[in-house]
Design a protein around this ligand. Structure first.
Ligand SMILES: Nc1ncnc2c1ncn2[C@@H]1O[C@H](COP(=O)(O)OP(=O)(O)O)[C@@H](O)[C@H]1O
Ligand SMILES: [Mg+2]
Length: 407
């Protein structure tokens, strides 16, 4: 029986519906590096953790989380540290003789302990050259490639590294991405022992587009994590409840699917768990009405608050003005609608807002901004096109929450 998860990483055994997709990723990785994108809380890390735990094709996997990093050197040190921690024997074999710089740090490992490895590396680095490119070329890529060992580097939240770099070291973004790209295309992945699987919740293309640097990630295969289908949502609800001997009205799984809208797996888990708790509380078979209770309980619960709040705050973080205020205005309008708003009406609202801010943008420029904003909101899972030229919140849960707190 699968356990409920409401935010913590999944045990590989409790992951639903991803087998085919994971096989597809391994297939793509035979000849390409992959950028796996999907909004937060939809299951990227779970998929990548699974692949790290059960690598195929003779790979050894090394995972790093780079959401808070902002510099190429830190990125490289984090990779080396994770490599050393995950595969100490292999790491020693590869680096002991391959790299004098890391080799001498390895000599000190008894003294500093494994936990001190990154600190020791950093000290060693500050004694020598500070050039991250030299470090990356000679101490990382060259050594690792010489070993002939197949290695999959899994980098979670890679776009955040780039956005942080853009904020704190803007002059490094282009050189770093150009350098990284050069290692992705030469040697051709087919003849390389290294693969990159990069995960990301924010859409890099918009940012790089604005910097005129979109070409720098075109060596990566862009793959989106599939959205769960309505029948998968229903299967999840049925099985989770049946496995716990819950007696429920046969219309409940489809009602959950309707209320969720485009499903965020985390919210699916939360709602189903809440239905189970309601059942234990009321001690009678679950009725359709209980689904509405579960959703109402969820939007005021502290468990959901942080996760939903994140959707609100991330606009502040990732959307630049005037798109930021416009995004909040359009989402407030959508949250109050019953079945969404026509594109035309959204555009009028957008124009009104831009004018009230005193921005005298030419028509074509305003239209371009509007289209870009709508596309960003779609990519980031806020909205979806529900029927021809009609838009609504993608997630029913987020919509209800938004209406309650921010409309
Ligand atoms: N395949 C899945 N099966 C069941 N639940 C899932 C699955 N993928 C994600 N979840 C739910 O979503 C939550 C967040 O998943 P996570 O992999 O951390 O997403 P992301 O990395 O995209 O933010 C998990 O804690 C779990 O509740
Ligand atoms: Mg994640």
């Amino acid at each position: 029986m699968s356990d409920f998860y409401t935010g913590s990483p999944l045990d590989p055994e409790d992951m639903w519906f991803r087998d085919d997709f994971i096989n597809l990723l391994w297939e793509i990785l035979r000849t390409e590096h992959v950028l796996l994108t999907a909004p937060r809380r939809t299951g990227k890390t779970s998929v990548m953790d699974f692949m790290a735990a059960k690598p195929q094709e003779g790979y050894s996997a090394i995972s790093v989380f780079v959401q808070d990093l902002d510099h190429p050197s830190e990125f490289l040190l984090t990779l080396l540290d994770a490599f050393q921690a995950k595969h100490p024997v292999l790491f020693r074999k590869i680096f002991k003789s391959g790299s004098s710089w890391i080799g001498s740090t390895l000599d000190r490992i008894e003294e500093v302990g494994f936990a001190g490895f990154k600190i020791a590396l950093r000290e060693q680095k500050s004694k020598g050259s500070d050039d991250w490119k030299l470090l990356g070329d000679h101490e990382f890529f060259e050594v690792v490639r010489r070993s002939k060992q197949k290695l999959l580097f899994i980098v979670d939240e890679f776009p955040d590294l780039i956005l942080n770099m853009k904020r704190n070291h803007p002059e490094l973004v282009r050189p770093f991405l150009a350098w990284f790209r050069s290692h992705c295309v030469s040697p051709h992945p087919k003849h390389d022992t290294i693969r990159w699987l990069l995960g990301g919740s924010v859409n890099l293309s918009s940012t790089l587009d604005a910097m005129g640097s979109i070409d720098l990630i075109n060596s990566l295969h862009d793959e989106r994590l599939p959205v769960l289908t309505s029948s998968q949502v229903q299967e999840f609800v049925s099985r989770m409840l049946s496995d716990r001997n819950v007696d429920f009205h046969s219309g409940i799984p489809s009602e959950v699917a309707n209320r969720l809208g485009r499903p965020v797996p985390l919210f699916l888990q939360m709602v189903t768990q809440d239905l189970y708790r309601i059942w234990k509380r009321v001690q009678r078979p679950l009725e359709i009405e209980d689904v509405h209770t579960a959703f109402s309980e969820l939007i005021v619960s502290s468990a959901a608050r942080d996760k939903l709040q994140h959707y609100y705050s991330r606009i502040n973080q990732y959307y630049d003005e005037p798109k930021r205020s416009a995004a909040y205005a359009l989402l407030a309008k959508l949250s109050q609608s019953n079945h969404g708003v026509p594109r035309k009406a959204l555009e009028q609202e957008f124009d009104r807002l831009i004018q009230s801010q005193g921005d005298n943008l030419p028509d074509h420029e305003r239209r371009r901004l509007f289209n870009q904003l709508l596309r960003d909101l779609e990519n980031d899972f806020y909205v979806a096109e529900t029927s021809n030229d009609q838009f609504d919140f993608a997630s029913g849960l987020l919509k209800a929450w938004w209406k309650k707190y921010y409309a």
